[in-house]
Write a protein that binds this ligand. Structure first.
Ligand code: SF4
Ligand code: SF4
Length: 428
């Protein structure tokens, strides 16, 4: 029962959780939108006030209120900074469902959100949509066509990696024998990642096999539901969660990872999403198996047969750092590469603006955050920026390309594949 005067509150979010916030403001500087705008209403505390006012009927959900909620990246930087343990991620996910049900957006905004929702969770649709871009890349005409596009389409196009540019598959050595009783790991291939980050998935599996894990494949992978959780489509997020729980739980994995940290966090949230479902026990089991690639690789260390003399900086993907609390393992792993020098960037855990589909639906703020991230990266003097999320990879690479920078942006799996195969090549 509520201790608070909640008698007639509207179902905006998990109302009780709003009272965990003591309005200290300690989260403000960890919030990318507050750092960019310096507006209280674009801070975690301001948004919590807003959700409360909406719930208590002291405010209407007008364009202004929807705007402040939309501008939130869902990065959960505020959760890491909050000394009171406010579960902001749950608050904003529920508030987004409220906004989607109660608010009618302007035409173009509605269209682009609908386009993301209809296409992105379905790999076959995304592949079909991207076919013209693939053809442009094969013909070497992307640059020419880009100049003729309106700004919004140009910014979307810039985010797409050029076909084959993130592949490091060619020189991988044949895997050794894997023991039958080795821990079984599933790499969830995601939806967008299945299409745009194939090498990240493939190299995650190769690295796990090289480290002695048994890689178990899901017969067919469905979207984890993260895109819907970000977009306020709770119903479909639950459907995807159910499908994944049914497909994965019978494989009895010892661990589940994803090349996209947002997907890992979504799977870890299945215990909450399906808590009232008949699949709740299986969802709980699955959620408890969520790990990350770097932590698994540290448990069974890789052997590097050659030095890789390079300077690297590491970007903390939001859902890995703030969602799963993984910060140290990727850094320890990087330092284990002979010859590698790791240089920290400023604000490595401040969101780059990618945030699921945020850079498609909120391009202005996303671009501002990408600029700040690129400045921090450039200041390190690194040759490589390594990260553990394909969305961050595309977002940061696009910004660095615009600047003509030679810094390479690589997913952790691709980077370690490169480090391993360099050795294999030199020893042949
Ligand atoms: S989730 Fe990120 S953008 Fe949203 S309020 Fe928290 S820190 Fe700010
Ligand atoms: S969310 Fe946490 S850190 Fe931010 S104002 Fe509330 S109690 Fe303070």
């Amino acid at each position: 029962m509520s201790e608070h005067p909640a008698s007639a509150h509207r179902d905006v979010t998990d109302y009780e959780l709003l009272f965990d916030c003591v309005h200290c403001g300690l989260c403000a500087e960890a919030c990318p939108t507050y750092v960019a705008t310096r507006s209280e209403m674009d801070s975690p505390r301001g948004r919590i006030y807003l959700m409360k006012a909406l719930a208590e009927g002291r405010m209407d959900l007008d364009a202004d209120a929807a705007r402040h909620l939309d501008l939130c990246l869902g990065c959960r930087g505020c959760e890491s900074a909050c000394p009171s343990g406010v579960k902001y991620g749950r608050l904003i996910e529920a508030a987004r469902v409220f906004v989607e049900c109660e608010y009618r957006r302007a035409g173009f905004d509605r269209f682009r959100r609908a386009a993301v929702s209809v296409v992105f969770p379905y790999p076959a649709r995304l592949r079909a949509l991207l076919m013209p871009v693939r053809i442009l890349d094969w013909l070497g005409l992307r640059k020419v066509v880009r100049t003729a596009l309106p700004v919004a389409a140009r910014e979307w196009l810039d985010l797409l990696p050029r076909h084959g540019t993130n592949s490091t598959e060619a020189n991988w050595p044949a895997p050794g024998a894997i023991a039958d009783d080795a821990p079984a790991v599933i790499v969830h291939h995601g939806c967008v990642a299945q299409v745009l980050a194939k090498s990240e998935n493939a190299n995650s599996e190769r690295l796990l096999a090289a480290a002695g894990y048994r890689v178990v494949k899901i017969p067919s992978t469905k979207c984890c539901g993260a895109l819907d959780l970000h977009a306020g489509n709770g119903e479909r997020a639950r459907e995807f969660a159910r499908a994944n729980v049914l497909a994965i739980s019978k494989l009895k994995p010892d661990a589940i990872i994803s090349a996209a940290s947002g997907c890992s966090t979504a799977i870890a949230e299945y215990r909450e999403i399906l808590k009232d479902d008949t699949l709740a026990p299986e969802a709980e089991m699955l959620a408890s198996k969520v790990k990350d690639l770097s932590s698994l690789l540290l448990e069974r260390p890789l052997q590097f047969s050659a030095r890789f003399d390079c300077v690297v900086t590491y970007h903390d993907a939001c859902h890995l750092a703030h969602g799963l609390g993984v910060r140290e393992a990727p850094r320890v792993l990087l330092r284990s590469v002979p010859g590698l020098k790791l240089v920290e960037m400023e604000n490595s855990d401040l969101c780059c603006g990618s945030a699921g589909s945020y850079n498609l639906t909120e391009p202005k703020m996303a671009r501002e955050l990408a600029r700040r991230k690129a400045d921090s990266i450039a200041a390190t003097g690194a040759q490589y920026v390594v990260l553990a999320n394909p969305g961050c990879e595309f977002q940061i690479a696009a910004e660095l390309r615009r600047r003509g920078s030679s810094i390479r942006v690589m997913h952790l799996a691709d980077f370690f594949a490169l480090a391993m195969t360099r050795g294999a090549k030199q020893n042949r």
